[in-house]
Design a protein around this ligand. Structure first.
Ligand SMILES: Nc1ncnc2c1ncn2[C@@H]1O[C@H](COP(=O)(O)OP(=O)(O)OP(=O)(O)O)[C@@H](O)[C@H]1O
Length: 491
């Protein structure tokens, strides 16, 4: 082969290779684009569902909807991924199919609007049409073969005699003959029909694909349905349109004959409770397991509404307060598991995490909560990540961080849910000191489990079988299991 020929081949090879590369990249690009679109869609679904879930009151989680937090987590993660697969499958079918459909439909329309209309009408009876047109195509191609044979015979006859034709001015008549042989008569010629048929055949795949996509959609529908079911639940905690947003509260709490049960026909958990806690007072709430302590707190935070009676903060019925305002003034300090993945500063300054965490206040809160001594020893101090639920910290450190957060939040009313896990004596002392400082300048309601904590309170309230009564601190003792007891009742 000559050098020029080799060069030419190399060029062609390069062109084909380049084209192949472009096709591969384009194909990957398309897949990446579709996955990106699907994942983006899932991201939006997850965020939407999660936001709706966050808006719900506790009734959503607890009142027998059959929706546990694990269930919700599963739906938001796994089912959303299932939705991603469905979305991807849909996009993967619909995008190319739509393109092919519109290209082929345009081609068909250009070729013959009449036949296109007929095709649209006969799509439901596609099989019949395909069979019918298939036969027609067979006939046409047979005719085409005959015509090619006739044409070739004609050319073999006329071309050697061209001189004769010209000498006799036979060109116009021969031209007409050729045209007749080369093309089928009528308004719809053979090539256009073949083009039309090709378009029609190419239409079949996208139509099948759309069917497949429909099946995919049907398969993914239960997941989509379950996911959106989470956002359809309507909150029972209705905020009045004229609810007030209080800038500050003193921290006076009054329960007026409050009764509450978790559902119709269920026994009352709180039965005609009345009490008054003065602003700045520290009150210990004790009682046996299941006595209603947590329920009491849920009502104060208006996670549920009372069945009868009402709750006032500084003479404002909490039902007339904006929920955000109420929960800003009533802080919940649950010492057990309320830390999140993130830095020490983010956990203490949680209240301002969306805006600007005030580091001076964070450090001041940490000092008051006796937390600074261990934070200073962490590798990046306040910027140290404490792991899921603060798992890199000890029990006592976690509790002090929770207290530091409450100090940072600076709510007038604090509900302290004392951790039940035992601490070593040094940690115990540091935590108790921190709690002691927390009680200064705040109204504090401590759900207490230890005698030492109860001793810090000015009053002790015992909640048992839905009834509340005040008891003296001296009536409390600790049994051999280190549990609080009052008149034989284990608390
Ligand atoms: N979401 C709920 N739906 C139905 N019943 C509930 C619900 N939450 C609590 N209860 C019931 O209400 C009663 C009081 O529960 P609550 O959690 O207030 O008690 P507790 O004093 O805080 O107990 P513990 O000290 O064990 O935490 C219990 O009988 C409990 O079974």
């Amino acid at each position: 082969m000559s050098r020029g020929g080799v060069d030419g081949l190399r060029k062609e090879g390069l062109k084909i290779g380049g084209l192949f590369l472009v096709l591969v990249v384009a194909s990957y690009g398309q897949q990446a684009f579709l996955w990106d679109a699907a994942l983006n869609c899932v991201y939006k679904i997850r965020v939407h569902v999660f936001d709706r879930v966050l808006e719900r009151d506790l009734v959503f989680f607890e009142s027998g909807n059959g929706v546990s937090s694990g269930d919700i987590a599963y739906r938001i993660t796994a089912e959303a991924s299932e939705v991603a697969d469905t979305v991807y499958a849909l996009l993967n079918t619909i995008v190319p199919s739509t393109l092919q459909l519109s290209a082929m439909a345009t081609q068909m329309l250009v070729n013959s609007p009449m036949l296109s209309l007929i095709s649209v009408l006969v799509i439901p009876t596609m099989t019949f049409v395909i069979t019918y047109l298939g036969e027609k195509l067979q006939k046409i191609s047979k005719e085409g073969n005959i015509s090619i044979a006739a044409l070739s015979a004609y050319l073999n006859e006329v071309l050697p005699s061209i001189l004769f034709v010209k000498a006799n001015n036979g060109e116009p008549s021969e031209s007409l003959k050729f045209q007749r042989l080369a093309f089928s008569g009528g308004s719809f010629d053979c090539s256009r029909l073949i083009a039309f048929m090709t378009s029609l055949v190419l239409l079949i795949k996208p139509i099948q694909d759309v069917g497949k996509a429909y099946n995919e959609l049907k398969q993914g529908e239960p997941a989509i349905e379950r996911l959106f079911e989470l956002s359809r639940f309507r909150s029972q905690m209705i905020e009045k349109s004229d609810a007030v947003d209080l800038d500050s509260v003193r921290g006076d709490i009054t329960f007026h004959d409050v009764s509450f049960g978790y559902g119709e026909g269920m026994p009352l958990v709180l039965d005609g409770l009345s009490l008054h806690i003065k602003a700045g007072e520290t009150v210990a709430l004790i009682g046996p397991s299941g006595g209603g302590k947590t329920t009491f707190v849920k009502l104060l935070l208006r996670l549920y509404d009372t069945v009868s009676g009402c709750i006032d903060i500084d003479d404002n019925n909490i039902k007339n307060m904006r929920l955000g305002s109420l929960r800003r003034h009533v802080g919940l300090v649950s010492q057990d598991v309320t830390l999140f993945t993130g830095t020490v500063a983010e956990n203490i300054g949680y209240r301002d995490i969306m805006t600007n965490i005030d580091m001076e206040r964070v450090e001041a809160a940490a000092r008051t909560a006796n937390a600074d001594e261990f934070i200073d020893r962490l590798p990046q101090r306040y910027a140290t990540n404490i792991g899921p639920r603060g798992s890199t910290l000890s029990g006592g450190q976690r509790q002090r961080l929770a207290i530091a957060r409450a100090l940072y939040q600076n709510s007038s009313i604090l509900i302290l849910d004392e951790a039940t896990s035992a601490l070593d004596s040094r940690s115990e002392l540091l935590v108790r000191e921190a709690v002691q400082r927390l009680t200064e300048n705040h109204t504090v309601l401590i759900i207490a489990h230890r005698l030492e904590t109860v001793q810090m309170a000015e009053r002790v309230l015992l909640l048992d079988a839905g009834k509340l009564r005040e008891i003296s601190r001296s009536s409390l003792q600790v049994d051999e299991n280190n549990s609080l007891t009052s008149a034989g009742l284990v608390i």
